[in-house]
Write a protein that binds this ligand. Sequence first.
Ligand SMILES: [Zn+2]
Length: 303
Amino acid sequence: MKKRYQTFGCILLAILAMFVICTVVSVSFDKSSKKQKSKLIVTSFYPMYVATSNIVDGADVELKNLSEPKTGCLHDFQLTTQDMKLISTSDIFVANGAGMESFLEDIVKEYKNVSIIDSSKGINLLKEEDEENSHIWMGTKTYRQQVKNIAKQLSKDDPDNAKIYMKNAKLYDEKLKKLQKQEKELSSKLTSKNIIIFHEAFAYLAEDLDLDVKYVLDLDEERQVSAGEIADVLSQVKKNKIEYILAEKQYAKSVGDAIERESNVKVIYIDPLNRGKYDKNSYLDGMKKNLDKIEKEITNKQN
Ligand SMILES: [Zn+2]
């Protein structure tokens, strides 16, 4: 009888021990899964996605882009309910700033738990007819500042990954510095300093190339261009002895052809780097391609 009680006691003890072990294990599992919950970072549009994807490379975070990779500039962008849902579930929202995201103020007000990163912080904005030009990614100098701003703020908001962010940003900046060097070299080869651009975005590249933008015809969407506008461009060409125009092929080809027919100007088609594939190197490759193209066209024309 005594023995039976002893066996029973042993079993009870064993069950109790198992229970204790299970609880400890499940609590520690709980803790580790909590720690493993990675941050959700949402970027506003393509250039911000590309910049951030370089910075967070290798970190345990989730990166999503609000707009489609082919959206381009966010000038007329309207948030859908789905977009708002995505932002509300994010931990960090990376914006270009400087007015590119017209909905930014609403987000700040509406989603207090989302940390907003404004990549334009401290950047000197160019002005176009009293309006600030928000296309800051389109010059290597300003883009480098954006990358630094994003990395710095991300490190504050997600200190667990700060080391990775800062290291990645430094590596990326080294590559961007090389691009800026190429800009400087190209700039020294440009004999004519006056230029016309067909998208505000190119003003930042022109600034890096030390060019003087004499006239802007903003063609960053499909639209009709009036005969008056073409006449304006032609008169500016004449007045400022313009030799080159920087334009985006998608929206400016027909206007570009008309201008070339009527004048001696060469229209150089380059990429505003505001849409494309989700590829980490797309900015580096795209900007290099732009600089190579400009160099090729001016050499052709000078010869
Ligand atoms: Zn634009």
